[in-house]
Design a protein around this ligand. Structure first.
Ligand code: SAM
Length: 188
């Protein structure tokens, strides 16, 4: 009985530590974990015209919602990178639960870890703050191929003009989705 209690306390403390570490990292990187609504994610992938067999990369994949949806509804393959340990384990667990381990890879760490996959990505899906998009803009658009479609839910790249936009409903309000290509630079 005492052993079971100790195991329970140990697991509880472990989860608490993961959560605390996640909050700490999110504060440092100023990137809160907010999961987009299913419909908003689906509308984003539709705007990107994601097709069967294509590769979608989610930078900051949270609970892997976009990747699971991309695989289940569009027949795509997915790679997600996540810096929050809590989200990373949650994402892996959900990928396992949905039986998508063959189609989806989750990487732990900073966006930079996704570089090899970004080079061959057909679609990059992003749900990140304006400030984060600004920080990664030149790095991201220098890596991806000219054919890669970059779709951003709600937030904007300051230096690129979207080639298409669409409306969606996310977190109880109307919002925009923007589609970018690396070759279309904003002229100021
Ligand atoms: C707004 S959430 C988006 C979650 C998911 N993509 C969605 O659409 O529901 C942003 C995620 O990016 C992660 N993140 C922020 N900065 C990161 C970084 N430098 N490297 C990897 N992940 C990061 C956060 O931990 C958070 O889970």
């Amino acid at each position: 009985m005492i052993i079971i209690f100790n195991v329970f306390v140990f697991l509880f403390v472990l989860v608490l530590l993961f959560w605390l570490l996640s909050v700490l990292l999110m504060t440092i990187f100023s990137s809160p974990t907010v999961y987009a609504n299913d419909q908003a994610v689906e509308d984003s992938l539709k705007l990107a015209n994601l097709k069967k067999g294509e590769l979608v990369v989610d930078l900051g994949c949270g609970n892997a919602k976009s990747l699971i949806l991309a695989s289940k509804k569009f027949g795509a393959k997915g790679v997600g990178v996540e810096i929050s340990p809590y989200c990373y384990f949650l994402a892996r667990w959900r990928v396992f639960l949905y039986g998508e381990r063959k189609n989806i890879k989750i990487i732990f760490g900073d966006f930079k870890k996704a570089e090899p996959y970004l080079k061959k990505a057909d679609v990059v899906y992003l749900y990140l703050l304006n400030s984060t998009l600004k920080n990664i803009e030149s790095w991201l658009f220098n890596i991806i191929s000219k054919k890669t479609r970059v779709v951003s839910l709600a937030f904007v790249f300051p230096g690129h003009r979207p080639i298409k936009t669409a409306k969606t409903f996310n977190l109880s309000k109307n919002t925009n989705i923007r589609l970018y290509r690396s070759s279309i630079i904003r002229h100021k």
